[in-house]
Design a protein around this ligand. Structure first.
Ligand code: MN
Ligand code: MN
Length: 499
């Protein structure tokens, strides 16, 4: 069964919509390079379209009606949105799900050190990364530093043209003979992924003038404070000594204090993520693709959210759940395994006057879900890892994976044939173009999503999404046409699915 390239099927009207959607998508990516930034961007977008915060409605005594729009954020990293339908929720709801965390380098809790004239931040990578891909490219720091008094400093450095960027060094080719003999997994090891964040020793005020020097290097400074120590100026001298010992680190700390108002100890309660610097770009002379960081899985998160906002009147309540921690197993309070989602559904049913333990269980078990995540796009340069008849191709539409998993589908949700047949009807009615795929050739590798977690309620779930090239690399590629078809598919599902 051969699937057509979807570009050939578009008229001018579709192409205009496709470009508009992709412009908005690129802006979404640029504003959401961490799960926290994604949640902020989504809240700003949906509040402007009439969504109200669930927590504010609870206790107000207000009863929700058909068409009402509600959202709930969990710990600033996960979000669930609902649009109330005309049918009772106990009949089931339509759920669009995706994740908003992406592979990256996280800053450790005690990260700052100086070595060989450079100041570094020590990192621990998050999710599955080919470590050699993260060296020698401009990186940005995004995240929060929560101080002991509870105030939060938000950091976003490296994205504006005049921002500084950061980098992880790599060994020059001239000396890399031995390094290049190593296996790719060992060429760059996890502990070698430390970020260079400065190289200028601190200048101790007053000192330079008095000595007629413009700057003091770390070494010079050690000598001079050493001599001066005898003259016994006490406290100030001690501080100078400490700064002189690690003058570059002291210089960076000085900038952090002056510019962002935090100190070395505040790293303990910080969540700082190192991501590729720069905006999402169009790719190809024909501008047919998007090249950007974090498209796994923000491409599905964005298109699901956009569909959610564009649905007119749905009979079934529609839900969009965008979660954190998928890349490390959907664990933790903000991952899909958290009760956060179930609690939000219960609260919503309470506000529509339907809540009972039994109704909640009925609602969840009778729901339909598209668990959306990126699919491995067929890469002609690595064709031997794919089985072409059952591979996802860029430009061939939204992707459905009946199952994922590894070694004989282990760990996978496996969508029911009856459900797939229902979805075929729903999508064909709206002329949505889709393809089916597996994650590579049998036994070459594998992967998982959040699908199996929602399936625990007994609901119908299938993996769907968008094909990506270079998945988990600092820059991932998608086809604009697939972004558009995924959006159209989510619209069709949200409004028409009912099983
Ligand atoms: Mn993913
Ligand atoms: Mn992933």
């Amino acid at each position: 069964m051969e699937r057509k390239n979807v570009w050939e099927s578009y008229d001018a009207k579709h192409l205009k919509k496709l470009e508009e959607l992709n412009r908005e998508y690129r802006s979404f990516l640029d504003h959401g390079k961490t799960e926290r930034e994604c949640v902020d961007t989504i809240v700003n977008t949906i509040e402007a379209e009439g969504y109200q915060e669930l927590e504010k409605l609870i206790g107000s005594g207000q009863q929700l009606q058909k068409g009402d729009k509600v959202y709930s954020v969990w710990m600033n990293k996960s979000i669930v949105m609902f649009q109330v339908g005309s049918k009772p929720m106990a009949d089931g709801i339509n759920i669009l799900g995706a994740h908003i965390d992406s592979p990256r380098l996280d800053v450790k809790q005690n990260p700052l050190y100086e070595e060989g004239g450079f100041a570094y931040l020590d990192t621990h990578y998050y999710g599955g990364v080919k470590k050699y891909q993260w060296v020698a490219l401009p990186l940005a720091i995004h995240g929060v530093v929560v101080k002991k008094d509870g105030t939060t400093v938000e950091l976003n450095v490296g994205e504006n043209e005049d921002d500084p960027v950061f980098f992880v060094s790599d060994l020059l080719i001239h000396l890399a003979g031995e390094q290049l003999e190593k296996k790719a997994a060992k060429v760059i090891e996890g502990e070698a992924l430390d970020l260079i964040i400065g190289s200028k020793p601190i200048v101790i005020e007053g000192k330079d003038k008095e000595k007629g020097e413009s700057k003091l290097t770390a070494e010079e400074d050690t000598h001079k404070t050493g001599k001066k120590a005898k003259s016994g100026k006490g406290d100030k001298e001690d501080k100078e000594k400490a700064a002189a010992k690690e003058a570059v680190k002291a210089g960076v700390l000085h900038v952090l204090k002056e510019t962002y108002g935090f100190e070395e100890e505040d790293f303990v309660s910080a969540e700082l993520e190192i991501v590729p610097a720069g905006n999402a770009r169009e790719a190809g002379f024909d501008r047919s693709m998007i090249l950007a960081y974090g498209q796994d899985d923000r491409v599905c998160a964005f298109t699901s959210m956009r569909a959610m906002l564009d649905i007119k009147e749905a009979e079934r309540t529609v839900c969009c759940i965008l979660v954190d921690k998928e890349e490390i197993g959907s664990v933790g309070a903000t991952g899909m395994q958290s009760r956060f989602f179930e609690n939000a559904v219960a609260e919503l049913m309470n506000l529509t006057g339907e809540y009972s333990e039994l109704n909640l269980r009925r609602c969840l078990s009778r729901s339909c879900m598209l668990s959306s995540d990126v699919s491995a796009g067929f890469d002609p340069s690595y064709a031997s890892c794919f089985e072409k008849k059952n591979a996802a191709f860029l430009g061939k539409g939204m992707v459905f994976n009946k199952f994922t998993g590894a070694r004989g589908k282990s760990g996978s949700n496996d969508a029911n044939a009856e459900y797939i047949a229902h979805l075929r009807r729903v999508l064909d009615d709206r002329k949505v173009i889709y393809q089916t795929a597996e994650l590579g050739k049998v036994d070459v590798g594998g992967g998982g999503t959040i699908a199996y977690i929602l399936a625990l309620y007994g609901m119908n779930v299938i993996d769907s999404g968008v094909a990506v090239l270079n998945m988990h690399a600092p820059w991932e590629a998608t086809s604009k046409a697939d972004v558009y078809e995924a959006y159209r598919g989510y619209m069709a599902f949200a409004e028409d699915a009912s099983m």
